[in-house]
Write a protein that binds this ligand. Structure first.
Ligand code: EZ4
Ligand code: CO
Length: 408
């Protein structure tokens, strides 16, 4: 069975998505997610100009060989664009293989290790009353683990807080704005460090000790600031504290680790197992945050999880709304199969997104359950997609109050 055709599909049902569709000589169709938020067209070009032409006529079953061919064969390794493109090919080939076998994809990954994948949702509010409403809304929807992000007094727009106040939970918080250049936000780490512990104290007082709570520091702290934050949040028993430092410098986590027992999660911007080498080998983190979409697909991410499993480090697969339902379906198939599953991020896509992508996974009792259809269990509706063409959108750029560019 040969790969006969490849199409790169770019659409924007509420936000931008890049999808690869591979079709075999037997007419079997596979989908893969290649969405790189704010840099979408670079991956679309990489795929259409440099990858799809090389795939035509290749054996559709040779997943590992194709992965290595694209990874080693490009000579230029790693990086988000390359690894998102490889991820799309890899996921589409797994989808095809599972369809040919007549099995849901997780069966090819070893079968079920659990009944469902526990997820966490994103509660947020500019202040405590708004945050509490958002937490309650998530609990009503059935969420059993919740990420907490709030505004900081004196700052208009803060990462993780929906910019438009609505009543109830926000299904599709979208930090990428449809502007020709990125909007700019303002940031003060000292104000943040003073404020956040009081937020968690209030949430624990309101919602009790048992609810798993998570928080994302989004790469903004120095190692010593991160250590202080982890320590100050210990009384509130976080499930995890995410991306405390810009972790390209993996060794920085040694200092954080020495000072706090708050569990650490890192890696949504990482692309390969090499980005985790020190973090995993020295047990500097507790959860791997990479997405199937940005890590070379199921093949690449499974390699990281197997390495992590030897150190009791678990999965926390990235699943915001900029991962398409195709990427999320792949995450759920992988998460249900691996032994070292931790938790899955799940914000819920908008109704419009789910009109283009028809996901077969279901959200039941706070967990995601994969589709039992052969393959990934996601369909792509070209007719709906063509009414929603690409629009430029960028993630914000962050500046300190004196104007210095800072990590967003
Ligand atoms: O900011 O996916 O944990 N989740 C996150 C996300 C990222 C976006 C960037 O595209 O940090 O909300
Ligand atoms: Co994050």
């Amino acid at each position: 069975m040969l790969i006969e055709r490849g199409e790169v599909l770019v659409c924007s049902p509420g936000r931008n998505f890049v999808t690869l569709r591979l079709v075999t000589s037997d007419g079997v169709v596979g989908l893969g997610d290649a969405t790189l938020n704010g840099r979408e067209l670079s991956v679309a070009s990489y795929l259409a100009d440099h990858v799809v032409p090389l795939l035509i006529g290749r054996d559709a079953h040779a997943i590992e060989d194709t992965w290595q061919y694209l990874y080693r064969g490009a000579y230029w390794r790693r990086g988000p664009v390359t690894m998102a493109a490889i991820a799309a090919v890899d996921t589409a080939l797994w989808d095809i293989k599972a369809k040919v076998c007549g099995l849901p994809l997780y069966q090819l990954l070893g079968g079920r290790s659990r009944r469902s994948c526990l997820v966490y949702g994103h509660a947020s509010g500019r202040d405590l009353p708004e945050l509490f409403d958002s937490v309650r809304g998530h609990l009503e929807l059935g969420y059993r683990a919740i990420r907490i992000q709030t505004g900081i007094p004196g700052f208009e727009s803060v990462y993780g807080v929906a910019s438009v106040a609505k009543s109830g939970p926000r299904y599709d918080y979208e930090p990428a704005r449809r502007t020709a250049v990125p909007v700019e936000e303002s940031w003060d780490t000292r104000a943040y460090l003073r404020h956040v512990p009081s937020v968690f104290e209030a949430v624990r007082n309101e919602f009790g000790p048992a609810l798993p709570l998570l928080h994302d520091a989004h790469h903004r702290l120095t190692p010593i600031q991160a250590a202080r934050l982890g320590k100050s949040l210990e009384p509130y028993d976080l499930f995890w504290l995410e991306d405390v430092t810009p972790a390209e410098n993996q060794e920085a986590l040694r200092l954080v680790r020495q000072h706090t027992t708050t569990p650490l999660a890192i890696g949504e911007v990482f692309n390969t197992v090499w980005d985790y080498q020190t973090l995993i080998r020295e047990q500097l983190i507790d959860y791997v945050r990479s997405a199937v979409t940005h890590t070379g697909g199921i093949t690449g991410l499974r390699r990281i999880f197997d390495f992590a499993s030897t150190y009791q480090i678990k999965s926390g697969i990235h699943g915001p709304t900029d991962i398409s339902p195709v990427g999320l379906a792949a995450a759920v198939h992988l998460g249900i199969a691996i032994h070292n599953f931790g938790i899955q991020e799940y914000m819920r896509h908008s109704a419009l997104t789910e009109e283009v992508f028809r996901p077969g996974y279901s959200f039941v009792d706070g967990g995601l359950v994969p589709s039992e259809e052969p393959g990934l269990g996601v369909d792509y509706d070209d007719d709906v997609a063509k009414n929603h063409p690409y629009e430029a959108a960028y993630l914000p750029v962050n500046r300190l109050t004196d104007g210095t560019v800072h990590d967003w």
